[in-house]
Design a protein around this ligand. Sequence first.
Ligand code: FEO
Length: 391
Amino acid sequence: MAARTLKPGVDAVGVLDWDKPLFDDLIPLPDGTSYNAYLIKGQDKVALLDTVDRAFCDELLANLAAAGVSRLDYVVAQHAEQDHSGSLPAVLARFPEAKVVTNQKCAELLKLHVHLPAEAVTLIKDGDILDLGGRTLQFIFAPWVHWPETMFTHLLQDKILFTCDFLGAHRATSDLFADDEPQAYPAAKRYYAEIMMPFRARMSGYIQKVESLGVDMIAPSHGPVYRRPQFILDAHKDWIADKPKNHALVAYVSMHGSTKIMVDRLVDRLIDLGVAVTRINLPTMDLGHMAMALVDAATVVIGTSTVLAGPHPAAASAAYVANMLRPKARFATVIGSWAWGGKTVETIKGMLGNLKVEFLDPVEIKGLPTEADLEAIDKLAATIQAKHAGL
Ligand code: FEO
């Protein structure tokens, strides 16, 4: 893929990874992803903003050659994670005159992850500027979206803010710009859910900061560039809002169908009562689907059969992931059927310690549900509806 121009003198030189099935061997990538790197040419100096995953370093170097780069003065490292730093050694081998411009924490992490020598680094502080000649970069430290060293870079004259992983999307697309907002929205929400949601408490300050800059473009390190910054900022404001929605996530696994009968009943009753439901069959689930439901859900219901005295591993995995993502849910519970005993409810409850939830009375039954068991499910549905009404 050749370099593509954001504004004259500012080119996207990163790569599209159309085929990667999983990010971090964890997160499904239905739309692939991109590793964005940006080339900024001043009258005096040339800077590259980030590199790409190591597997694509030849493509990055080819893009730089195609953009006419014969000398590179700076490589700005906004983030040390390897999808952006992996090609840094190859770039420095090709352009040994370049200095890596980054913060102290990022330099420490780059030393660990790509063995970057200290002498290659020029350290900057929060708010520092780098003059390229007619173009000025200003660095804005933004720790914990999503690593401790992450930072933004503001290209002042062109009003472009490079936001690193923040406000990104895992999406390989031929579109340089995210102008098709209905298409851009779900990919951005999925990305937020899977990667940024655990850090949402910090985000409102960063969103305010970005809004105060009044930029024309937001250029993240994954996915297309936003020419209408308010679109992605407003989406994030909704996702990080403290109040969850009238929405229940029912994630379940059923070995012989008894738990599924309970789930069928619960989902039907919740819908009857006006509660939006995302129902997920865990053994075949897409983790991103569950994570997206957790962005909004007020209630999380884990449905599970009992296996060898505990939850089915698929349910345990879902509880672990939900706990890791720290969603804003206010209520949680467990429903399920068991054959001869176990500690399923206690185990799942113990796995949700990061969630600030009220644990609703679980519905545990033996074997095939009876009418009385299903009435207990109806009661749970009514409780959930009432709790949501009181939010
Ligand atoms: Fe896209 Fe945190 O790396």
